[in-house]
Design a protein around this ligand. Structure first.
Ligand code: MF3
Ligand code: CO
Ligand code: CO
Length: 291
């Protein structure tokens, strides 16, 4: 049977007898113009934001602990243990553990690993390595997600530069969100522009995401795109920005030897770097909840 039934987009709803708020008016305005606007469930209550904020504080502390302890000669599985021990001893749960078959408590993505690297006993950190450690913490049912790059010892200038450009890309995206009612495409456009100006590329197959009540929620936060495309970001939304920036081409691929099919590599073997924060959009732009 031919399926020609198209889902009708729900119209933003103002309860009968209620004065539309400034936010209601702005959402209705953009929806009428055919833009993508959030569904009501993506706008968190003050109580939910407080919960996500607390999860964010713990998640940041986990990454601070990794930062304190990471060193040359350590295995990526040791990093995983630090994350597991710190998180659980502070009442949290590492969200990656057993998430859709992921076997560990964090992702450790070394050099040409773009993301979702799996901690391993026989992966030893060496001078000059660049590594992303990505942690997501569940606390009292709320989620916060952040990642940092670490440079082991002194890196080659090109590697250090990639790490710095990736950081700048995150901050360029954040800057675009210094006021509410911008579109995801606005920040994606700015990030890709900054990467390209610096001779780097943006991974297209993976993106940031809403976060807070679940690990991955709407909207998709693409790190490239057209201004005005993607979802409108309004106060009360919680989401990540997490650009993956490659030194070579943007294409990615899987690892034949990885039975879990989680690990993502650069197709050309070039280096990749990523930083991630969790944010809440407010009336005055984004506030960082985990970094
Ligand atoms: N933390 C990653 C993100 O930024 C997702 C990792 S999923 C996992 O969205 F299962 F690999 F942990
Ligand atoms: Co994320
Ligand atoms: Co993450």
């Amino acid at each position: 049977m031919a399926n020609n039934r198209k889902k009708i987009k729900e119209r933003w709803f103002v309860p009968a007898g209620m004065e539309p708020t400034d936010m209601d008016r702005r959402i209705l305005y953009w929806q009428e113009k055919g833009r993508i606007v959030p569904t009501p469930d993506l706008i968190k209550t003050a109580e939910q934001i407080e919960g996500i904020r607390r999860a964010g504080v713990l998640n940041t502390a986990v990454l601070d602990t990794v930062q304190e302890k990471i060193r040359e000669g350590m295995s990526t599985l040791e990093i995983d243990r630090i994350v597991y021990d710190y998180t659980t001893s502070h009442g949290g749960i590492p969200a990656p553990l057993n998430y859709e078959g992921f076997p560990n408590s964090c992702c450790t993505s070394l050099n040409d690993v773009v993301c979702h690297g799996i901690p391993s006993d026989d992966e030893i950190l060496e001078e000059g390595d660049i590594i992303n450690v990505d942690c997501t913490t569940i606390l009292d049912g709320y989620y916060a997600d952040a990642s940092r790059m670490f440079v082991i010892g002194r890196a080659e200038p090109d590697a250090q530069r990639l790490v710095d450009i990736a950081w700048e890309c995150l901050k360029v995206g954040e800057q675009v969100c210094s006021q509410p009612y911008v579109f995801v495409g606005d920040l994606g456009h700015a990030i890709a522009d900054h990467a390209h100006k610096n001779g780097c590329t943006v991974v297209r197959d993976l993106c940031g995401h809403g976060v807070g009540l679940q690990f991955h929620e709407d909207p998709d936060v693409l790190h490239y795109g057209r201004r005005g495309s993607g979802m409108l970001l309004v106060p009360g939304m919680t989401f990540t920005i997490e650009p993956m920036i490659n030194a070579g081409d943007w294409q990615v691929c899987g690892d034949e030897e990885d039975a879990t099919e989680w690990i993502v590599l650069t197709e050309d073997g070039s280096l990749s770097a990523q930083w991630e924060h969790t944010y809440v959009m407010t009336d005055n732009g984004v506030e960082i909840l985990s970094h």
